[in-house]
Each structure stands twice: as C-alpha cells, then as structure tokens.
Write a protein that binds this ligand. Structure first.
Ligand code: CO8
Length: 263
C-alpha cells in the first residue's frame, strides 16, 4: 500500500493534488535521515499513482517550511558518513527535481540549508510573506550538501549564489522574489490556495506535455544548447504521435476544452 508508515511527513490527496507536509514542527521540520527517506518514499509512490497529478511540498506548524538538515545528526558525521549522507540527499532531491509531474514548494516560513535545497529541487516556488530563505551552512563550518551549490548557481547565477552561500545571509520573501529565488510571494493565509490553484492550472494542460517540459528544461540545462534543442525536437516529435496532442489540437479547432487522457 502507498503512503504507509509515515511518521515525519503527512500526505493528503485532494482531487489529484498531493500535499506533502514535512511535519516535525518542534524542530522546525528539520530533515533527519528518516524524514529524507519518507520524502523519497512518498515521491516513489506518487510517481506511479495515477490519482496524483501534482505535488505541493510544505512545512507543518506556524514558523517553518524546513529549517535545514537536522543538526543533531549532522554533528555526528565523519568524512565517510558525511559524504554518504550528502550523496543520499542529493539522490533524493534529484528524484524530486526529475519528478514527471509538477512539484510546487509552498514556503511557509524558514527555508534554510537543506530546506532551501529541498525548495530549490521543486519545479516552482511560492513563498508566504513570512518566508525567510537561505543557505546558512557556512555558519556551521560546512557547505550546502543536498545540491544547493549547484541549483542555487543555476537559478540565480554565480555571483548572487556565491554571495548568499558565503555570507549565509537569509533573504526575506520580497527580496527572494526580486532575485528570482521564488516565483511569487503571497500573504501566508493565501499560500496553500495559491499553490493549489497553480497546480490545478497545470493539471488542465496535457500531462504528457507537462512531463516533456520538465524533462526538456532539467536535462537541457546540463547540455550544450544544440543538444538541448535536439532533445526538445525529439520530445516534440514524440508528443505529435500522442492522443493528447490530437485532442489538444482538435479541441482548439472545435472551440471546446481539451479532455486530455495522458496517452
Ligand atoms: N536541526 C535541528 N534542530 C533545529 C534545527 C535544525 N536545522 N533548526 C531548528 N531546530 C530546533 C531548535 O534547536 C529548537 O529546539 P529546542 O526548542 O529544543 O531548543 C527548535 O527547533 C526551535 O528553534 P529555535 O528556538 O532556534 O527558533 P527561533 O525562532 O529562535 O530560530 C531559526 C529559528 C533562525 C530557524 C533557528 O532555529 C536556526 O538558526 N536553525 C538552524 C538553521 C540552520 O543552520 N540550518 C542549516 C542546517 S545545515 C544543513 O541544512 C545542511 C544540509 C546539507 C546536509 C548534507 C548531509 C551531510
């Protein structure tokens, strides 16, 4: 059975939108190893779950999305276990990034360290006006270890990413929107409704095209542009053979709403 034996995260599916709540509010939803594995299990189950078309990731409680990796566990790492933990987290967050259905981070407070890295792995980030986002790892004498050095630089550019990493400064929501770290800022009370509305808008699009777009953007960023364009054309060609594409075109020509089946 899917989504079973979860202690540190909560799962709720509302009409094809799965809301994944990281739920350890006493420690501001810090990501211990068990929580990371539970996140991995939810995404693994949701990948094959046809009743799920989109995922929203958020934090339990009033204050935090996720305030980082659990420092109680980090304090015990040596060079071997530290590297292993970093690699495991990178793997789990790359599964989030490459998830074939849209993943929206609803950032409801502190998104720090590993929490910021989790948000960076999501496809779209919506923040509440109470959010504070940053990579404070250097204050602990470590560096971001869940892909943050790579994703932050790709999202913001090298200069801004290095500024935020080296200073460990937290940015408030309006600044995060200005620099492109989040897509949109809304009042806290409107956060989940805004994330859900965006998920529902994407659910109206052709699901195969949604999947192909995520793949083209993710894989393309790791390629030379000409190779990325080759991938784009190949995915475009594949979609032209799908029933969804025929339905999308016919619906337009017949002046009706498309009824996509994901085929
Ligand atoms: N880990 C463990 N416990 C935490 C964490 C955390 N990351 N963040 C907060 N807590 C705990 C606090 O210890 C506190 O517990 P208690 O009530 O028992 O004292 C409780 O949560 C509430 O926190 P505060 O009292 O500190 O709340 P404040 O509102 O005063 O402050 C802050 C909120 C500013 C968010 C503050 O809690 C803070 O600075 N937290 C740590 C933020 C941080 O440094 N995050 C980065 C962690 S390192 C990381 O994420 C590395 C990722 C890559 C790992 C690679 C694998 C090897």
């Amino acid at each position: 059975m899917a989504y079973e034996n979860l202690e540190n995260v909560k799962v709720e599916i509302r009409e094809r939108v799965l809301v994944l709540t990281i739920d350890r509010p006493k420690v501001l939803n810090a990501l211990n190893a068990q929580t990371m594995e539970e996140i991995h299990r939810v995404f693994t189950d949701a990948r094959d779950d046809e009743s799920v078309g989109a995922v929203i990731v958020t934090g339990g409680g009033e204050k935090a999305f996720v305030a980082g990796a659990d420092i109680n566990e980090l304090a015990k790492k040596n060079s071997i276990t530290g590297k292993e933990t970093s690699e495991r987290g990178q793997y789990i967050l790359s599964r989030v990034e490459r998830f074939p259905k849209p993943v929206i981070a609803a950032i409801n407070g502190f998104a720090l360290g590993g929490g910021c890295e989790l948000a960076l792995a999501c496809h779209i980030r919506i923040a509440s006006d109470t959010a504070q986002i940053g990579l404070p790892e250097l204050t602990l004498g470590i560096i971001p270890g869940y892909g943050g050095t790579q994703r932050m630089a790709r999202l913001l550019g090298k200069g801004k990413a290095l500024e935020l990493i080296l200073t460990s400064d937290r940015v408030k929501a309006d600044e995060a929107e200005r620099i492109g770290l989040v897509n949109r800022v809304v009042p806290l009370a409107e956060l989940m409704a805004t994330a859900e509305a965006m998920a529902r808008k994407i659910l109206e699009r052709g699901p195969l095209a949604v999947r192909a777009s995520i793949e083209a953007v993710n894989s393309g960023l790791d390629m030379a542009q000409a190779d990325g364009e080759f991938l784009e054309a190949t995915l475009f060609g594949l979609l032209c053979a799908s029933e969804d594409t025929k339905e999308g075109m016919n619906a337009f020509l017949e002046k009706r709403k498309a009824n996509f089946q994901g085929k």
